[in-house]
Ligand binder design. Structure first.
Ligand code: PHE
Length: 465
């Protein structure tokens, strides 16, 4: 890794916003609402929040502390703390490669939607059929994906720069405000209360026939667990890297609380926006359950925006612009990790490593794109599933829980929590030291094991995916 040349954040707020920028992205706005929609609304919400509080937060704090105490990115950081465990750092980097292959495709979709909203200012607005049209048009989706990757490339080539910091200072609060505006509109539409009941009233969906039977608890736990790791950007070394950029005076606990809190908050807002909007736009509960897959956001939002009347295209353009920025700040952190690994592993210059990484991921992303048209006969997880579902599933549900589990064992049992506690206390009081220790040693690994066993139960056919 390029340790000597690594940049540093200009200010505490710069670090915070960049870590928040990494965490908040398509996982929150695209992934969270549809996974909640598919997994029974309220039950998913509760399991998700519990996992984020007891597992996600404890791991994020540990990763930031490992990064800051060693001053290194994942591979060298784990090596420095304990030579024997260098391989955890290596394992941690498989996920960002996998994720980037489908993240860039989704980023491309957002660009496409922004463009058709711009066009909509002058002619017809997009409607829910535009998503189907995009999927069946490989040129449009591949073109937009390439554009998304090209923007990432230009930013990544510049290194950790003031640009990301500056954008986040305005972009993240603006995204928040935008979500609130769209939520208010969504809630004032007829039928929106059905979506809110789905999210907040336990057992309501089954009792009212919205879904036939409650989703299996295995499915809820494994989906919520995977989504939580993905959304918080943990268990793949990214927070270790961000921690290594932190200053000694920055409080680790309050940083972790703010990053996790903001991330969970944005997911929650996105849920409050998309779930009721889905019930409004799609009309019948059956249509909602049928569409509650990866396309949900793209199918539901155009109709939602149309209800803004004359303002529709402006809202559409602004909304997708903010989502694209949020996606870019996440993609940049993913790419940064991939590039530094390549740089380190292939022992080539950073410039060369950047080009090689982008080419490898770009080629894989073309296949993910084709998974919806030319290669749609490949259904890796059963009928109706795509290559995108597969990459999403493998990274979130297999790789991230494994690395998260190993991180807990490593911190809690191998290097012992004391080292991390000392790092945390070097900059602030650590009031819940005892609670954190219990979480990282016992509660988090047990819960992660449950997440993983739930996946296995699902995989081995105790239930369908
Ligand atoms: N957390 C980001 C999101 O929710 C995605 C991401 C995952 C970014 C892992 C970095 C690392 O969109």
């Amino acid at each position: 890794m390029d340790e000597n040349k690594r940049g540093s954040f200009g200010s505490t707020i710069g670090f915070l916003l960049s870590a928040i920028g990494s965490a908040v992205g398509l996982g929150n706005i695209w992934g969270f609402p549809y996974k909640m929609g598919r997994c029974g609304g309220f039950t998913f919400l509760i399991v998700y929040l519990a996992l984020a509080a007891f597992v996600g937060f404890a791991i994020m704090l540990s990763e930031l502390a490992i990064g800051r105490s060693t001053g290194f990115g994942p591979v060298n950081a784990y090596k420095k703390v304990s030579k024997k465990f260098k391989w955890i750092g290596w394992l941690a980097i498989i996920a960002p490669f996998l994720i980037m292959t489908f993240y860039s495709v989704l980023g491309g979709y957002c660009i496409y939607y922004m463009v058709i909203n711009v066009v909509g200012m002058f002619s017809g607005m997009p409607d829910s059929s535009s998503f189907g049209a995009l999927l069946t048009n490989p040129w449009a989706s591949i073109g937009c994906m390439v554009l998304f990757m090209a923007i990432c490339y230009l930013i990544n080539r510049g290194g950790v720069g003031g640009g990301i910091e500056k954008f986040n200072t305005i972009g993240m609060p603006a995204l928040f405000v935008m979500l609130v505006i769209v939520i208010i509109r969504a809630w004032t539409l007829p039928n929106a209360d059905v979506g809110l009941k789905y999210m907040f009233v336990p057992g309501w969906a089954v009792a009212n026939g919205v879904i036939e039977k409650a989703p299996s608890i295995f499915e809820v736990i494994s989906t919520a667990g995977g989504q939580m790791f993905f959304s918080l950007s943990i268990a793949m070394g990214i927070m270790v890297t961000y921690g290594s950029y932190m200053k000694q005076r920055d409080s680790l606990t309050s940083s972790a609380i703010r990053v996790a809190g903001f991330d969970i908050g944005v997911s929650f807002l996105a849920g409050l926006m998309i779930v009721p909007a889905a019930f409004v736009a799609l009309g019948s509960p059956e249509a909602v359950t049928e569409n509650s897959g990866p396309g949900l956001m793209f199918i539901v939002l155009p109709q939602m925006f149309a209800s803004f009347g004359d303002f529709a295209p402006v809202i559409g353009v602004l909304f997708f612009l903010l989502v694209i920025f949020a996606a870019l700040t996440s993609a940049i952190s993913l790419m940064e990790t991939c590039v530094s690994i390549m740089h380190d592993g292939a022992k080539c210059s950073r410039k060369k490593a950047t080009v090689i990484t982008f080419v490898i991921i770009g080629v894989a992303a073309v296949f993910v794109n084709l998974g919806y048209n030319g290669l749609s006969f490949i259904e890796p997880l059963g009928a109706g599933t795509s290559l995108l579902d597969f990459f999403d599933f493998v990274s979130n549900t297999i790789m991230m829980p494994i690395v998260a589990f190993l991180t807990c064992i490593f911190v809690g049992w191998c290097i012992k929590p004391k080292i991390i506690e000392e790092e945390i206390m070097a900059s602030s009081k650590f009031r819940w030291r005892a609670a954190w220790r219990i979480m990282i040693k016992y509660i988090a690994p047990i819960l992660i094991a449950i997440v993983f066993i739930s996946f296995l139960a699902q995989f081995l056919g105790f239930m369908t995916i």
